[in-house]
Design a protein around this ligand. Structure first.
Ligand code: COA
Ligand code: AMP
Length: 635
């Protein structure tokens, strides 16, 4: 099939408003827009101004109304508990209605925020959609974050309620949520008065009187009730999803209703080549942007079946876990992070488990969230025999900014590149002064404003922070904070971040936030955290601490404290296992810590002595400490 990409991208570029008006036909609107794009609303404009719609209606009700009530909407496959649950569109609608009734009975109104702190269970998706139905704004917090991270989000989102599970299930470990919930609620200044708790059989949860309500009891009592879909402005917020910023204060990425519906529905056909009735599996977590967009929302927007998988690629039984799910549920498209494939490849290098399953339903593997290394892509291509598509996006965009659009016909693959910009994204590369660089030269990757539908219109209650973080540095452009290249053929290459964000197993983490935690240790005078290469997780954090003078405690003990502190404050997901005591940190004469040079030493990359370094001898000291821990020494 000859790719229609060029033609479609050109159509978009020649008249973006006509393009997005045409794409919007796929959505059921309660009221049409006055302007496809209103440039005068918000920091850079808003899509579908004046229109009204309801996200839940588009995800569920309309499919039931069109006779798809018996089709599967969600399949929960839990490799950790060995159980499965299949939910039809009709069943999902009933569950959403019941929960929406519980929420409205509790006084939840349009615009109120609800935090969802849940494991990978269908009720988490039901909770998201019930919020969408009544116009409450959900904010899902990933289960691997600890109490402090939850508290920060409570204080920023100021929710009226938290919906939680009693636990999460990690291989060999039940993670009780109640202690984290209690601690976060106590720590937050904004007081949450109501929690709805889904009690799982693996972990009891003693309900706190006056605060907690039993989810199952409440929805059972509300079974059969119907709650109408609220008429919401296309520009009303659907959800807030917090993502790492450069400080410990995460950024509340806002997603609106109308633009999100249009762009995500468009992406399912054009990018993922998925149609109503197909089975789509994003092997991620609903706590991340991928999970929001491609587990809970986009597959349902088009009437496909979405798989909700609770487990790991390896370790929840064996390295054949993914292939079992694909074959049992006839998955057409699998979307995950490269790290999952590196984990599978490590355990099953010959792909022996792959041969044990019928994978004939699988047509594509999409990878995103971090750089996909060529070895892993080639291994997956060879073993699976399907196209492996690296595509690039961010929590902020909510859908791919660059991809090889399978639904439009694939373009030739260039390993190392997530291919070309999608319609909506005019991607350019600028130098630090904001001038375009030559094709093939490295620079700051930016997107010409306005961003397309579904991208964040702003940060929650923080227009100014949005401007400073994204649109001030390169006027007229959105700064992605990724550095990269566009080649002669227009292919994009994402090389690294330009800020202090690191990517650990496809999870985005702020080294700045980790430094804030380490600095709070009473024995630590100063610190620096860098991301160093890891063959499995892509990167892992490594902390350097300088102790206060006069500290007599054993260094190893303090290092262990630091590791425990990050786990306690940020959560196990930070994968912070290495804290190294050093005498001094390398700095420029103006006092800036040379994190980049330290990272190059740790990763054995070529590095030049920074001209502005205060004392070059410190880099040797750092090298000695790293080497003594086996880091930065080829083995
Ligand atoms: N709740 C509580 N703890 C959690 C958690 C959750 N929801 N998710 C992860 N954790 C914990 C893990 O148990 C682990 O704890 P440990 O230090 O005690 O072992 C820690 O956080 C790190 O987790 P993870 O990064 O998942 O590492 P892992 O070693 O358990 O697994 C992979 C490695 C590669 C298998 C795993 O990272 C993976 O499947 N990645 C896929 C990436 C992905 O889904 N990305 C999302 C964007 S597409
Ligand atoms: P997140 O917001 O967690 O989705 O992380 C977004 C960041 O992950 C991007 O800014 C990139 O740095 C990185 N990223 C995502 N997809 C890719 C990809 N396909 N190739 C390289 N880096 C990627």
């Amino acid at each position: 099939m000859i790719s229609r990409y060029e033609e479609v991208y050109r159509d978009w570029k020649s008249d973006p408003e006509a393009f997005w008006a045409h794409a919007a036909v796929a959505i059921d609107w309660l009221r049409p827009w006055e302007k496809v794009f209103d440039a005068n609303d918000g920091p850079y404009g808003r899509w579908y101004a004046g229109a009204e719609c309801n996200t839940c209606y588009n995800a569920v009700d309309r499919h039931v109304a069109q006779g798809r009530g018996e089709q599967l909407a969600l399949v929960h496959d839990s490799a950790v508990t060995g159980s499965q649950r299949k939910i039809t569109y009709g069943g999902l609608l009933n569950d959403i209605n019941a929960l929406a009734a519980v929420l409205t009975d509790k006084g939840v109104k349009k615009g109120d925020r609800i935090i969802i702190y849940m494991a990978m269970v269908p009720e988490a998706v039901v909770a998201m959609l019930a919020c969408a139905r009544i116009g409450a704004v959900h904010s899902v917090v990933f289960g691997g974050f600890a109490a402090h991270e939850l508290a920060t989000r409570i204080d920023d989102a100021r929710p009226v309620m938290i919906i939680a599970t009693s636990c999460g299930l990690e291989p060999g470990r039940v993670v009780a949520y109640r202690p984290m919930l209690d601690k976060a609620i106590e720590q937050a200044t904004h007081k949450v008065s109501a929690c709805l708790i889904l009690i799982r059989p693996q972990q009891p949860h003693e309900l706190v009187e006056g605060r907690d309500l039993d989810y199952a009891q409440a929805v059972n009592a509300a079974a059969g009730r119907k709650v109408p879909c609220a008429a919401l402005k296309a520009t009303d917020p659907l959800y807030i999803l917090y993502t790492s910023g450069t400080t410990g204060q995460p950024k509340g990425v806002v997603r609106d209703n109308g633009g999100h519906l249009v762009a995500l529905a468009w992406s399912m056909g054009a990018i993922y080549d998925t149609r109503p009735g197909d089975v789509f599996w994003a092997a991620s977590d609903i706590g991340w942007a991928v999970g929001h967009s491609y587990i809970a929302y986009a597959p349902l927007f088009i009437g496909a079946t979405s798989i909700l998988y609770e487990g790991k690629p390896v370790g929840t039984l064996d390295a054949g876990a993914f292939w079992r799910v694909v074959s049992e549920h006839k998955v057409r498209v699998l979307f995950t992070a490269p790290t999952a494939f590196r984990a599978i490849k490590k355990e099953d290098p010959k792909g022996e488990f792959i041969g044990k399953y019928d994978l004939s339903s699988l047509k594509y593997l999409f990878l995103a969230g971090e750089r996909a290394d060529t070895d892993t892509i080639k291994w997956a291509e060879e073993k699976l025999g399907v196209p492996v598509i690296d595509h690039w996006w961010q929590t902020e965009s909510g859908w791919p900014m660059a991809a090889n659009p399978a639904g439009l016909g694939m373009l030739p693959v260039k390993y190392g590149s997530p291919t070309v910009p999608m319609p909506g994204y005019d991607v350019q590369v600028l130098d630090d002064a904001g001038h375009p660089v030559k094709r093939g030269e490295l620079g700051n990757i930016v997107v010409k404003l306005p961003l397309p539908p579904a991208c964040l219109p702003t940060l929650w209650n923080a227009d100014q922070r949005f401007r400073e973080a994204y649109i001030t540095e390169f006027p007229g452009y959105y700064k992605t904070a990724d550095a990269g290249i566009i080649d002669e053929d227009g292919y994009i290459y994402i090389m690294s971040r330009t800020d202090d964000i690191i990517n650990v197993a496809g999870h985005r983490l702020s080294t700045g936030a980790m430094e804030e935690v380490l600095s709070s240790h009473p024995d630590v005078a100063e610190c620096a955290v860098i991301g160093i290469s890891d063959h499995l997780k892509g990167q892992v954090p490594c902390g350097f601490i300088v102790l206060k003078s006069g500290v007599t405690r054993n260094e190893l003990e303090i290092e262990r404290d630091c590791v425990a502190l990050i786990r306690e404050k940020i959560g196990p997901i930070a994968a912070f296992k290495t804290a190294l005591t050093v005498k001094r940190l390398p700095k420029t004469r103006s006092g800036k810590i040379l994190r980049g040079t330290m990272q190059k030493i740790a990763d054995e990359e070529v590095w030049n002595m920074p001209a502005t370094i205060d004392d070059p001898a410190i880099l040797d000291e750092i090298k000695v400490v790293l080497n003594s821990h086996g880091i930065g020494v080829r083995n």
